[in-house]
Each structure stands twice: as C-alpha cells, then as structure tokens.
Design a binder for this molecule. Structure first.
Ligand SMILES: Cc1cc2nc3c(=O)[nH]c(=O)nc-3n(C[C@H](O)[C@H](O)[C@H](O)COP(=O)(O)OP(=O)(O)OC[C@H]3O[C@@H](n4cnc5c(N)ncnc54)[C@H](O)[C@@H]3O)c2cc1C
Length: 374
C-alpha cells in the first residue's frame, strides 16, 4: 500500500464495548491519536448488560473486589464523559438488598452496620430497614440500602462514544478478520501495526473484543471462562419500587411499570459455538420469572407479570473472575483488555487507565496480567 494513503495513529482499539470505549477515552484525554474498530455486534455483552455497579455482592455480603480503587475511578470517568458529550447515562443511587433470611440480615448488620459509617464520600455505607414489604416487594426479613451504587445506561454510553469518535474520523465500522487483516511487526519504532483494508497503521493495538477474542490468533490463549447471561424486560403492575433491587435476582425499574430482571449465569466451554436454542431460552426465562415472582408480593394471577422481551449475551469472564490484560508475549505493541466478567462497568475505566500506563512503560500489576496463570 502507498504509505501516503495510510493514516498513522498512536493507538488502534479493536472493540468498542465497555473495555474499548474506556481505553479510547483515556488515550484521547492523554492526547493520543486513536482509531476504533467495531462491528457493532448487537449481541455483545456491553450492549445487553444492565450496567449495574454494586458495592456489596454475593452470599457473604463482601465488598466488591478492589472497590475503593475502581469505584472512584468509574465515578469520575463516567461523569467526565457525560460532560464531554453533554449527555446523561450515569446514575448514582443507593441500591436495595432484600434479605432472604434472618441469617443474611444478621450478616449484613454485623459486617456493614455495626462497623459504622465511613467518612470518605466513596466508601460503602448501609442502612437497615424492616419488612414485611416495600412497594410491592416481599421483604419479611427486611432490607438494606447500600451506597454508593450506580447504573450506567450502557447502550447510550457506547453509542454516544461512537458518535463522538465518528466526528473525529476515528471510528471504523468493520468486522475485522484478526487472523488475516492485521499485520504486526515485532519492531518497537514507527508504526508496526498495519490494517491495510482500513488504510490504518498504529504504534500500538489493544484488543478489547470480549468473548470474540476466541477468533483472534494473537490472544487465542486468553484463559477466558465465558458465561451466558439472560435478562428479561418484565411489565409488573403491582411493583412500585423505584430503586435497583438485589434479592434472588436483581431488578432495575426502567419506567412505565417495567423492570429489567436478571441475570442467569451459565458457563459455556471456550470452544462451544455461541448460539441459542429454544430449550435454553425457555429455561432461563422460566428461571428468571420464578425468581422475580418470589421477590414480589401479591397474588400471581395471570397477566400480573408479563415478559415483554428477553435478551442474552456471553460475558467474557475469566477463569479466576479477575481481568486479563497486558502485552502479547512476542508482539509487545499488541495488548489486550479482557476478562471483565460481570463487572465491566465498574472496572473498565480504571483498567483502561492502567492499560495506557503500561503501554507508556509502567509496570503492570501482576494480579491483572493475562499470563498470570502460566
Ligand atoms: C446478561 C448480562 C448482564 C450483565 N449485567 C452487568 C451489569 O449489570 N453490570 C456490569 O458491570 N456488567 C454486566 N455484565 C457484564 C458486562 O456486559 C461485561 O463485563 C462487559 O460488557 C464486557 O465488555 P467488553 O468490552 O470486554 O466486551 P464486549 O461487550 O463483548 O465488547 C466487545 C466488542 O468488540 C467488538 N468486536 C469483537 N471482535 C471484533 C472484530 N473482529 N471486528 C470488529 N469488532 C469486534 C464487538 O462488536 C463488541 O462491541 C452483564 C453481562 C450480561 C451478559
């Protein structure tokens, strides 16, 4: 290709989900020229996700991994993007955890209430309430209000980000064949990455492909452990709760008596094709409806809860539930940011910052390095 036709950039980002979008912004803010490539896969994890950021999770009511590092970075980052785009997609509001037993209530009380409230604005705080119900929710053991918690409207954030980079001529809609269309030289100088079909050359490339990393020869060995997740959009007349609820499932009120209810977690093998079957779709819909009905009060006369829509995608989870990032073993100008699992919204902003730091020469935290398992 004639060199004069090629656009040279500091960083090529492949994939514009939560990971790639965060990397693109962080690089852009550091003054790097960026080119983003995405095929706009409607079934991508980021486009299906509920975008919840929850401080306390799981049956042990533990703080989310590295909360005190990830949450302030996410809060600052999404507010900064909102400001840059004059848009609104990041909503910080406490979340409710409805207890399923007296033991759970006591656990949370001991861990989060009796420890006392913390003074710093980003530290986790909790308040206990008694049941038996809360605006249509079944709460015989009471519930707890946790903060700070947040929700990102992922579809709005991703599409506004795309629009922004399109205006800068930095967004390429393309389904890139990673095995044949990307040439990487092991040199450290100049623009060793070339994608001739897009007339692009880059100093570095970062692969943020989620589960589609399976199709990429450069990072095919990522220890991903994918998990399908389903979400329902349900219309429920008798539930009037306005907060995000965590119980047997989580539920997000989205207006007009509609709630997103999710999510299932179904591990799939690395080489398993990503396709659905009626059997799976029906099974996961029934499972979520069972969980939603157990969370709500009232009699379950037919038509009280109506499934409006069902969505699913595959989370790029890792074998140990922690992110997978860092440079390729041979091609040191090729990086990956993956393995965000169920927490892409919370973790992507800080991880993107760390990815750029490491491209600039800072040491990468070994706990995040994708090759830690070897
Ligand atoms: C049902 C469900 C609910 C979830 N709920 C939450 C939640 O509440 N909170 C939360 O934080 N997380 C949630 N998650 C997880 C979250 O979705 C992921 O952590 C996150 O989206 C991963 O982002 P990613 O950018 O790494 O991958 P992806 O979202 O998969 O993005 C990869 C991108 O790369 C592009 N791409 C890949 N290969 C190519 C190629 N060859 N050429 C061009 N483009 C390519 C794709 O089009 C896609 O846009 C949920 C996931 C599911 C499935």
């Amino acid at each position: 290709m004639r060199k004069s036709l090629i656009k040279n950039v500091d960083l090529i980002v492949l994939g514009a989900g939560l990971a790639g979008s965060a990397v693109a912004w962080q690089a852009h803010w550091r003054g790097w020229s960026v080119a983003i490539i995405d095929r706009l896969d409607a079934q991508s994890s980021s486009r299906v996700a509920a975008g919840l950021v929850t401080p306390v999770t799981g049956s042990r009511a533990a703080a989310s991994w590295r909360w005190s590092e990830f949450y302030p970075a996410a809060n600052l980052f999404y507010r900064q993007v909102e400001k840059a785009l004059s848009a609104s997609f990041w909503h910080v509001e406490p979340a409710l955890r409805v207890f399923r037993s007296e033991a759970e209530r006591e656990l949370v009380k001991g861990k989060w209430i009796e420890l006392g409230h913390h003074a710093e604005p980003n530290s986790i705080h909790a308040e206990l309430f008694s049941g038996p119900d809360w605006f249509g929710l079944n709460a015989p053991f009471g519930f707890c209000c946790f903060g700070p918690a947040a929700r990102l409207d992922t579809v709005a954030y991703i599409s506004e980000t795309k629009r922004h980079f399109e205006k800068l001529n930095a967004f390429h809609q393309c389904n890139l064949d990673c095995d044949h269309s990307i040439e990487i030289e092991s040199s450290h100088s100049g623009y060793p990455i070339e994608i001739s079909e897009l007339q692009l050359a880059g100093k570095r490339i970062v692969f943020c492909q989620g589960i589609a990393a399976r199709e990429n020869r450069y990072f095919r060995d990522l220890p991903l452990h994918p998990a399908r997740g389903d979400i329902l959009l349900v219309q429920s007349q008798d539930v009037r709760c306005k907060q995000v609820i965590h119980h047997d499932a989580w539920a997000v009120p989205v207006g007009d008596q509609r709630f997103l209810v999710g999510a299932t977690y179904d591990r799939i093998a690395m080489n398993e094709p990503i396709e659905s079957s009626d059997e799976k779709t029906n099974r996961f819909r029934d499972e979520l409806m069972r969980r939603w009905e157990s969370m709500t009060t009232g009699t379950f006369r037919s038509g009280q809860h109506v499934v409006v829509e069902q969505r699913w995608a595959v989370r790029p989870a890792s074998y140990d539930r922690h992110p997978l990032m860092g440079p390729h073993d041979v091609y040191r100008n090729a990086f990956c940011l993956n393995g965000l699992g169920s927490k892409g919204t919370l973790m992507a902003p800080r991880l993107a910052e760390m990815a750029i730091d490491s491209m600039e020469g800072s040491a990468l935290d070994p706990a995040l390095n994708w090759s830690r398992r070897k």
